[in-house]
Design a protein around this ligand. Structure first.
Ligand code: ATP
Ligand code: CA
Ligand code: CA
Length: 435
């Protein structure tokens, strides 16, 4: 699974949808941010605000290129959540709408969800099923309280929940969340781990074709991989994971996974930062003349110009003025770098990630980028049916659809079992050999 996608520009089939998503976010988020902060009330968790966009606009909604309807759910709660996750309100809007370009991952999972990256790669927009949308609204208060009590939670960070509807189109629900992986570091290997073994295998022969593919539980076990954390970091990680899993079990959630991106410091970055930036901004692989780093360099505005543009844009967003289409904001590499170190968050302390350690807590050669993703599947009727049918043919405890308590225990135990320093791993292997 390739983690850079296709650039969504005006020639892209989903351009209008993407454009409307971003316009809706810009207008509704800046509207909420413009108000004085206040305490949340119970009503804030159920709130929704509808806007109708068209080419003329009115005093509440600026004119837009296309006709569409937009709904913003629990705007005050998400404003608070973004503050808890320490996002700068203006930067958030600049990242998402500074230039109306996303890159699309298409629909990588079985679920049919679409994934879009913001231009600077910091945020992901994921379209979600109506049932997931309803479920997130239902659990929003529990999620909010959990984030408040657990600033270092490993769960997906939700920054917004919205809906767009085009004339004669269907309703599209989506969330904005954190991209776990950094824009400035190559991720050499990615794993999506559930603690299940059935069907949890990526054909390693296909890796040559698709080196950025997401590997799974069986690949991890076959490679005798460890999440190499010494005593101190291991405890921090497992304690937080435990607390997160307790919440997921209580909310009857299942099917989530631990996403692990590994940056190998001994391999470093293949491309230098500028090339990487270009690759992220112009994903897709085939290089057109326009994507050529040399000509791109010529087009890149000076740093001073960027700073000026960014300031102007922030000003506009604060004043809720419509941002003109195609407003260029080419972030410079060092801005990208700064943007991704997140001081104060335990699992982002080492260059945006969590560096592997030896048993004595001294640093090892890898940086992990970690988080629990896809955590909006409620153990509802569909999963119960799946569990029944699959249970007839396979080992019941190994299939992925388990009741939430069993799912959570199996998930936690699996991760706990693979979290150990290299030294600990070697002793474990010796012990197994002797048995
Ligand atoms: P399914 O239900 O079939 O598992 P899905 O459409 O719900 O699929 P997810 O499991 O949420 O999709 O994500 C699919 C893949 O997208 C992940 O394995 C991972 O590679 C990537 N991905 C998802 N969320 C993130 C994130 N927050 N940061 C980085 N990558 C992500
Ligand atoms: Ca998944
Ligand atoms: Ca899913």
């Amino acid at each position: 699974r390739v983690l850079v996608g296709t650039k969504v520009d005006e020639s892209h089939a989903n351009w209008v949808t993407a454009y409307n998503m971003l316009t809706g976010i810009r207008v509704s988020v800046s509207r909420t941010n413009a108000k004085l902060d206040r305490e949340l009330t119970d009503a804030d968790f159920d709130a929704k605000q509808k806007s109708t966009f068209d080419i003329t606009g009115n005093e509440l909604v600026p004119s837009a290129k296309y006709d569409f309807k937009f709904k913003d759910y629990a705007p005050w709660v998400f404003r608070r959540l973004r503050a808890l996750f320490r996002l700068d309100p203006a930067d958030y809007l600049v990242s998402l709408t500074g230039k109306y370009i996303l890159s699309e991952l298409g629909s990588p999972g079985k679920s049919g969800s679409f994934f879009y990256f913001s231009r600077d790669y910091k945020y992901i927009i994921k379209t979600i099923h109506h049932s997931e949308h309803k479920f997130l609204r239902k659990i929003l208060k529990d999620y909010y309280t959990h984030v408040q009590d657990n600033p270092n939670s490993l769960l997906s960070q939700f920054y917004g929940l919205h809906r767009v509807k085009m004339p004669y189109g269907k309703k599209i629900h989506f969330v904005v969340m954190n991209n776990l992986f950094p824009p400035h570091r190559d991720i050499h290997t990615t794993f999506d781990l559930k603690g299940s073994t059935i069907g949890r295998d990526y054909r390693e022969d296909d890796l040559a074709k698709n080196p950025r593919a997401t590997l799974k539980d069986l690949n991890w076990l076959r490679r005798q991989q460890q999440l190499a954390l010494g005593i101190q970091k291991k405890q921090l990680f497992l304690e937080q994971l435990q607390r997160d899993v307790v919440l997921l079990k209580r909310l009857q959630i299942m099917d989530y996974s631990l996403l692990v991106g590994i940056h190998d410091l001994s391999r470093g970055n293949e491309e230098n930062l500028r090339d990487k930036t270009l690759q992220v901004f112009n994903p897709g692989g085939e290089k057109s003349a326009e994507d050529d780093p040399q000509s791109a360099l010529l087009r890149t505005p000076s740093k001073l110009e960027n700073v000026r543009k960014a300031r102007e844009l922030r000003q506009m967003i604060r004043q809720e003025r419509p941002v003109p289409m195609g407003q260029a904001l080419d972030k410079m590499p060092d801005e990208l770098r700064e943007g991704h170190s997140r001081p104060g968050f335990v699992f982002n302390q080492d260059d945006g990630g969590f560096r592997a350690t030896h048993e004595d807590n001294s640093p090892a050669e890898e940086i992990y980028y970690l988080g629990v993703i896809d955590c909006l599947t409620h153990y509802g009727i569909i999963k119960k049916i799946e569990h029944f049918w699959k249970g007839l043919s396979s080992d019941r405890t190994q299939i992925s659809a388990l009741p939430p308590d069993e799912y959570g225990d199996r998930f936690y135990n699996f991760i706990e079992g693979i979290t150990m320093s290299a030294e600990e791993g070697r002793r474990e292997a010796q012990r197994k050999d002797q048995e």
